[in-house]
Design a protein around this ligand. Sequence first.
Ligand code: NDP
Length: 277
Amino acid sequence: MTDRYAVIGNPIGHTKSPLIHGLFAEATGQALEYTAIEGPLEPREGFAQTVKAFIAAGGKGMNVTAPFKLHAFELADERSERATLAGAVNAMKFENGRIIAENFDGVGLVRDIEANLQRPMAGKRVLILGAGGAVRGALLPFLAAGPAQLVIANRDVAKAEALVAQVGAGQSLRACGYRELEAMGSFDLVVNATSASLTGQLPPVPPGVFSPAGTAYELAYGKGLTPFLRLARNAGIQGVADGVGMLVEQAAEAFAWWRGVRPDTRAVIDRLTVPLD
Ligand code: NDP
């Protein structure tokens, strides 16, 4: 029987995961089937039942997207350190009757910035806007990249502070509100990990945080120049990117974890990229 994988979410019609994993399978010569499953919003235990039915039907692994990342965390038998800090799961592997959980969003993001965009973070000043699920998943991989300073700014400052406290604030890691950014100078990398762009909004970030030689990265993808990327461009930044590379890189991490072979991502990123302008 062909090994089965799926992405589960609700809604799920927009997902690019079957296309991405289909292209990976073709390129690496792996025989697998990858489908999209619309998980039930109610009843609460419906998510677990759907996952267990998939396992019973020969499922080997699943990607998890909104709103089930926390449900998957609860359901797992084993969780990686990254998934534990994030409190959220975006990939599961089913092995010997156990559900093993991972979160590849952060490593995918770091890989896109450092390998694809060629912007190493070591020794740099890095600013992340937002303190939601994506930032929770990104924190450990960002710290591992060795920035000189990592600042997490959020509207709800307590949320950013709680996140930083989980890994231990220090000289190089701090949480703050947007107003405090005014006095912090410019950053080499500014990452918009808020969901503001999904509704065409701009987080209240002062333009002074952008450095012309730096990079502005938007986690949302396929939306062209979002208000955040436009602000960065107007501040003179040439290096702007959206999150399509992150999407493909996190998928590649899951594929490698499941299949033991890491697919090349360049052609898939190019295929999915919607030009910013
Ligand atoms: P969450 O809902 O967990 O968190 C949302 C965050 O955005 C919070 O920090 C919230 O601040 C902040 N926020 C929302 N609206 C505004 C606003 N108008 N101004 C300032 N801050 C705002 O979302 P996620 O962390 O899951 O996702 C964040 C983004 O990342 C989304 O755009 C999502 O699509 C994208 N994403 C992209 C991926 C990819 O592969 N490219 C993967 C995962 C996510 P507060 O706490 O103050 O309310």
